[in-house]
Design a protein around this ligand. Structure first.
Ligand code: SF4
Length: 325
């Protein structure tokens, strides 16, 4: 059956990451999470503090040991994931933990110059068409963005910077101790897009004090920027975070799965059809997750979103303003 949505050949009503990979690279790619030993300017020198939801590993819970070099981590995880997804697939190294541009330029060079040439455990070349680097708005400046642009041009490897916005409301950013404003995010976004680098914006639904319309406004702000990718997460309460303490004393009411999936369906309407939905539900480490437990069942979350989109005749971008096109 013909899909109702232009960027789908599986009857999905939004632009999936699988569709993007298939149409850009004609194959699946293996994303390989790496902890390159960065830290984060939003945390104290002893590693405490930071965003109230942040885990001890700075979102790098799926990475290999930071004791290993990035190259060795790549070999190890790529081999393991190749067993699952198939041998010889292209790879996308994803520098996920903490803030991947929070270091002097010479240090960034020593890490990222190597990444396009990572090999598998047997020493054979791996096709690396893209690199993804997670960071914060206050860790980007003209010199490190120019370096990434030049690296991409020199090697032909596309670079995506994963940039957390989380909410378009400054009041919320203050409450969760993000340490940056919406304006800071927009400046960093502009720097990246002016350099021709693609951006994956991260947003979180269910942040404390937020209404559904706040969450939809966040999607509207992101949609107007026309990013290459977006990741939409449900707020996770993780063990040993500041937010766990707030949750335990009843300060953080959590969304139900129904509320979350309803909200996501509405948010998708405000995102341009070209924006790839790289994630529709969070991926917290199972052992560290305290709540909400329904997020563990990612299939059910996705199925609920698909069902609601079809039931209400919603497609990604159908409320995206014509003036934005
Ligand atoms: S910016 Fe990222 S790594 Fe830093 S404290 Fe916040 S979530 Fe953690």
């Amino acid at each position: 059956m013909q899909s109702p949505f232009a960027f789908s050949d599986t009857n999905k009503r939004y632009h999936t990451y699988d569709y993007y990979l298939k149409h850009r690279y004609n194959t699946k790619c293996i994303r390989v999470p790496i902890d390159a030993g960065f830290s984060c300017p939003n945390r104290n020198a002893d590693g405490s503090g930071g965003c109230t939801f942040c885990s001890a590993r700075g979102s790098g819970d799926f990475c290999s040991s930071v004791q290993l070099s990035p190259e060795k981590q790549f070999e190890q995880i790529y081999s393991r994931l190749s067993e699952k997804w198939g041998k010889g697939l292209p790879a996308i190294p994803y520098f996920q933990a903490f803030s991947g541009t929070y270091a002097p330029l010479a240090h960034l060079r020593s890490i990222y110059d190597e990444a396009p040439f990572y090999k598998d455990a047997s020493g054979s070349s791996v096709r690396i068409p893209e690199i993804a680097i997670a960071t914060r708005p206050d860790c980007l400046d003209v010199s490190n963005v120019s370096y990434l642009r030049d690296l991409s041009r020199r090697t032909g490897v596309s670079i995506t910077v994963e940039l957390g916005l989380q909410s378009a409301k400054d009041e919320t950013l203050l409450r969760i101790r993000r340490g940056h404003t919406v304006a800071d995010f927009l400046s960093a976004y502009r720097l990246l897009s002016d350099a021709g680098l693609s951006v994956c914006v991260h947003i979180i639904n269910g942040l404390p004090g937020e209404t559904i319309s706040d969450m939809i406004e966040t999607a509207q702000l992101v949609g107007a920027l026309r990013p290459a990718f977006i990741k939409i997460h449900m707020l996770h309460i993780l063990r040993d975070t500041l937010m766990e303490k707030e949750y335990r004393i009843g300060d953080i009411p959590l969304m139900s799965m129904e509320e979350y999936t309803d909200t996501v369906c509405q948010q998708l309407r405000y995102l341009p059809p070209q924006t790839v939905i790289a994630r529709l539900t969070g991926d917290g480490e199972a052992g560290a997750l305290i709540a909400p437990l329904w997020t563990k069942n990612k299939r059910a979350v996705i199925a609920s979103i698909d069902k609601k989109l079809a039931m209400h005749g919603i497609m990604q971008g159908d409320a995206y303003s014509a003036s934005n096109r």
